[in-house]
Ligand binder design. Structure first.
Ligand code: CA
Length: 225
């Protein structure tokens, strides 16, 4: 099972990584909020261990953003103090479970295993737009019998549009969901990547599933198949 640990206390993060690896988990670590959000968006984790107090972006906001983007990884939040308020807020933002610091390592492993079993069944389903198939779990995309190779960024854009099927999605939304929260470059970067996606999923097949809605954004709909 693939786990992301988002924790800024380095010693704790390293201890968790080693400990969970020895239990057979495959573990990546992020040391601040923006990095955690970026990694959770860019890669496909079964489970995320999320600290609340993080530099750059707190755990509540990371969790809320991931859920808004359709991320269904099992999320266990590490609450800093043993307070009802923290725990209620953790669950409110879409976390599946929480554990108060300091915690027993054995309890953490047991909770993660239980969470993995619970959330394993809600892995994202294949998104279909006519004969265009997007498989978020396997990170594959195909049109009819043709497998389409997309970069991680292109895939994330297509998946996000796919999850908001039929809706017009603004460039800003795409930027917020697909690029990390700290991105402050040129929003036209979205256009460049959308064009790249279109050249792969539409143009070679004479289709126009990925529409530009002038002045508003983009929409993915079935076209053919
Ligand atoms: Ca912290």
């Amino acid at each position: 099972m693939r786990v992301l640990v988002v924790e800024d206390e380095r010693r704790l993060a390293v201890a968790l990584q080693r400990g969970l690896q020895s239990e057979g988990f495959s573990v990546d670590v992020a040391h601040d909020g923006p990095q955690g959000l970026w990694m959770a968006t860019e890669h496909d984790y079964d489970l995320i261990v999320l600290d609340i107090m993080l530099p750059g972006l707190n755990g509540y906001r990371i969790c809320a953003k991931l859920r808004a983007a359709g991320n269904e990884s099992g999320i266990l939040m590490l609450t800093a103090k043993d307070g009802e308020y923290d725990e209620a807020e953790a669950l409110d933002t879409g976390a599946d479970d929480f554990l108060s610091k300091p915690f027993s390592y054995l309890v953490l492993v047991a909770r993660l295993r239980a969470l993995g079993r619970r959330t394993g069944g809600r892995r994202p389903q294949v998104l279909r737009f006519g004969d265009l198939l997007i498989d978020p779990a396997r990170r594959t995309c195909s049109r009819g019998a043709t497998e389409i190779r997309l970069t991680a960024r292109e895939f994330a854009i297509l998946e996000y549009l796919g999850r908001r099927s039929g809706e017009v999605v603004s460039k800003r939304d795409i930027l917020e969901q697909v690029w990390d929260a700290a991105f402050d470059g040129d929003p036209n970067v979205v256009e460049v990547h959308v064009s790249a996606v279109r050249r792969k999923v539409d143009a070679p097949f004479g289709r126009a599933a990925l529409e530009t809605v002038r002045g508003a954004g983009y929409r993915l709909a079935a076209d053919g198949g």
